[in-house]
Design a protein around this ligand. Structure first.
Ligand code: ADP
Ligand code: MG
Length: 233
């Protein structure tokens, strides 16, 4: 589903250049649930933003479901983003004056889907995340966990091939974090490919594979089963 080879990224600020990704290689197969771990500033969000086509690498190749992602004009990039990718963020990024239902339905509007189908699909996905009774509520009437579930429903409503989540539990307490991860696991079990950025080991261990990023390179890439087996010998 995802293939990256020798990916590089630098940020230029004035006359300085910060080399953040220094040759990243990794592949993600369809249906995987992967976490990208690393300390703050290690380049996790930079990598996820490139995978999410929100930013472009300066070097290397990125292929998404067989499509080389490079030098696309914004219109084509937007079409691929809608078709391939769903996003979840630490800060939920809900629109404060729109109901849960309208938040989930809005991206479908931009995809030209008719009103009745938008509402039906939004209700279907709110139901999937257990929020049917909250459909008509505004974000500030919802708990953090509920807001993140609205954001997950919104990301899924477009039926993306890959779900990308940047610190999805970063603003949640421990119990709520585990609930959100349970939901993410359930969505993965239905076959969706999911990548999660986190700096929390407990959260990473709720995925199936942990890719460790340090100083712009991958220093470790292991199946969680394998890590757990080593812990208990
Ligand atoms: P992480 O998500 O692992 O905390 P980031 O990918 O956000 O790390 O950032 C990696 C490094 O790149 C940090 O040193 C950060 O300050 C820098 N950085 C991130 N985004 C930008 C940007 N738009 N412009 C300049 N520097 C940036
Ligand atoms: Mg980050």
């Amino acid at each position: 589903m995802i293939e990256i080879k020798d990916l590089h990224k630098s940020y230029k600020t004035g006359s300085n250049s910060l080399h953040v990704l220094k040759g990243i290689n990794f592949n993600v197969a369809e249906g995987e649930l992967v976490s990208i771990m690393g300390s703050s500033g290690s380049g996790k969000s930079t990598l996820l933003n490139i995978l999410g086509m929100l930013d472009e690498a300066d070097g290397g190749t990125y292929t998404l479901d067989g499509v080389p992602i490079k030098n696309l004009n914004e219109k084509i990039a937007a079409r691929y983003r809608n078709k391939f990718l769903g996003f979840i963020f630490q800060s939920f990024n809900l629109i404060s004056y729109k109901t849960a239902l309208d938040n989930v339905a809005l991206p479908l509007y931009y995809q030209g889907i008719k009103r009745k189908e938008r509402i039906d699909r939004a209700m279907e996905y709110l139901d999937k995340v257990g929020l049917t009774p909250w459909a008509q509520h505004l974000p500030n009437e919802l708990s953090g966990g509920q807001k993140q579930r609205v954001a997950i429903a919104r990301a899924l409503a477009s039926d993306p091939k890959v779900l990308l989540a940047d610190e999805p539990t970063g603003a949640l307490d421990t119990k709520t974090s585990y609930e959100v991860m349970d939901l993410i696991q359930k969505i993965n079990e239905e076959g969706r490919t999911i990548l999660i950025v986190t700096h929390e080991h407990d959260i990473a261990e709720m995925t199936k594979r942990i890719v460790n990023l340090k100083d712009g390179v991958i220093i470790d890439d292991k199946k969680v089963d394998q890590i757990k087996a080593q812990q208990y010998v």
